[in-house]
Ligand binder design. Structure first.
Ligand SMILES: Nc1ncnc2c1ncn2[C@@H]1O[C@H](COP(=O)(O)OP(=O)(O)OP(=O)(O)O)[C@@H](O)[C@H]1O
Length: 195
């Protein structure tokens, strides 16, 4: 049994890693979905209130609230699958919670790429305004680093520098999912260069 968590700044490739998992039949639990569901429960539009509700959940239920709410979803997937991918850790409180729950079976993967490369890829993706606006992207990642994402990246078991082709990145994620973390050579972390 393996629970593989991903962490990475905007545009680093977490969504692509989740797609590779789904295509390989590996279930994906997206931590952002917990927040989006809570927005809907409270009658709010997730597109507008995502940040506010994430903050409210942490204040109301503790700093590891999103991880705690993700746990039953992960456990349910583990009933039918040997590997589950958890998309989008943000803070050390969340990492601690998953390590407490799964011990050595929890593997943290940091997906990294320099700011300019991520900005370029997001410009092509153009999913929302912060994708095409470099300043908005900077703000978004400063907010995420403010939640302690850099420290989470520092604690990763495996670092994947997503600086090569998309095909190469997808291959490395496939190997990780199929053969486990030992089958993937970890790169050097460049967290400083990301900030
Ligand atoms: N190695 C690569 N080469 C070219 N394009 C890539 C590569 N890796 C990812 N991309 C593209 O870059 C964009 C950003 O990647 P992705 O959506 O996976 O990032 P993310 O980490 O999920 O970002 P966010 O946190 O903002 O959702 C996507 O359009 C993706 O297809």
């Amino acid at each position: 049994m393996k629970v593989i968590g991903t962490v990475g700044l905007p545009g680093s490739g977490k969504g692509e890693a989740a797609s590779v998992a789904r295509e390989a039949g590996v279930p994906v639990v997206t931590m952002g979905d917990v927040i989006r569901n809570e927005c809907r429960e409270r009658g709010l539009d997730p597109a507008e209130h995502h940040g506010r509700i994430a903050k409210a959940l942490r204040e109301e239920e503790g700093l590891d609230a999103i991880a705690a709410r993700s746990l039953p979803l992960i456990e349910a997937e583990l009933e039918d699958s040997d590997v589950v991918l958890v998309d989008g850790l943000r803070s050390e409180y969340e990492l601690d919670r998953f390590e407490d729950a799964f011990g050595d079976d929890f593997v943290l993967v940091s997906i990294e790429a320099p700011f300019d490369l991520r900005a370029e890829r997001l410009l092509d993706r153009g999913r929302d305004d912060s994708d095409v606006d470099r300043e908005a992207l900077k703000e978004r990642e400063e907010r995420e680093l403010g939640f302690g994402m850099g420290t989470v990246m520092d604690r990763a078991d495996v670092v994947i520098q997503n600086t090569d082709s998309l095909e190469r990145f997808r291959e490395r994620i496939q190997t990780l999912l199929q053969d486990g973390p030992d089958a993937v050579e970890s790169d050097e972390s460049e967290v400083e260069g990301n900030a």
